[in-house]
Design a protein around this ligand. Structure first.
Ligand code: GTP
Ligand code: MG
Length: 197
């Protein structure tokens, strides 16, 4: 699919304030600083669409963007951001989980993980939680430009092996770099198969 038009709709901190659930919707989630906002901008070819920052914790609201006037792309805050205090973190996690559970038009959650690292406990817990709640997911490895090909291969295999410990079938997986525009076509094709049906 081709993204011809992308624009910001609104930022909210409560799923009840989200736009009316009349269009297909996908959401990007993952640890703080993993590259969610950067990947959204790369896919939409619009550097100013979602706000990015080298400081973790930049995105703190549920942000809706409308794409091609026909579906919603959502940028979510990062989970597991250590620097916010515990009660604020809990508040964050509560409104994100309420959104994920209650958003009736949400078709798929794209879970972003940093391709440089071993699977993190918090990501594995989140993947398990989505499984329990029957929320469709896929895994997107980010920042692939930061690794040598052999290291990348090793980390992909490691991730798959870890997921196979709990899952009979793996969710779709994508390898991306917002910096080098790696994985753009594959990801857009998959998103198209979801939102254009
Ligand atoms: P929060 O909103 O804070 O949760 O972060 P986020 O997941 O939206 O991350 P963001 O897109 O703001 O990117 C975080 C940092 O990683 C920024 O400094 C980006 O420039 C950098 N970054 C993101 N994607 C890539 C990538 O593909 N390659 C490289 N080398 N850097 C990246
Ligand atoms: Mg962000």
């Amino acid at each position: 699919m081709i993204i011809k038009e992308s624009s910001f709709v609104k930022s909210v901190t409560n799923h009840i304030q989200c736009p009316a659930p009349t269009l297909h919707e996908i959401a990007f989630i993952g640890r703080s600083n993993v590259g969610k906002s950067s990947l959204i901008n790369m896919l939409c070819d619009n550097k100013r669409l979602a706000k990015t920052s080298s400081t973790p914790g930049k995105t703190q609201t549920i942000n809706h963007f409308i794409i091609n006037k026909s579906w919603y792309l959502v940028d979510l805050p990062g989970y597991g951001y250590a620097k916010v205090n515990k009660s604020l973190r809990q508040k964050f996690e509560d409104f994100i989980s309420a959104y994920l559970i209650n958003r009736e038009n949400l078709d798929c959650v794209f879970i972003l993980v940093d391709s440089r690292h071993e699977p993190h406990k918090i990501d594995l817990e989140f993947i398990r939680w989505c499984g329990e709640k029957n929320i469709p997911i896929c895994i997107v490895m980010t920042k692939a430009d930061k690794l040598k090909p052999a290291e990348l291969e090793k980390n992909i295999k490691n991730y798959q092996d870890t997921l196979f410990l709990e899952w009979a079938e793996l969710p779709p997986m994508f390898i991306t770099s917002a910096e080098k525009k790696i994985g753009k076509e594959e990801l857009l094709e998959y998103i198209g198969s979801i939102v254009e049906e």
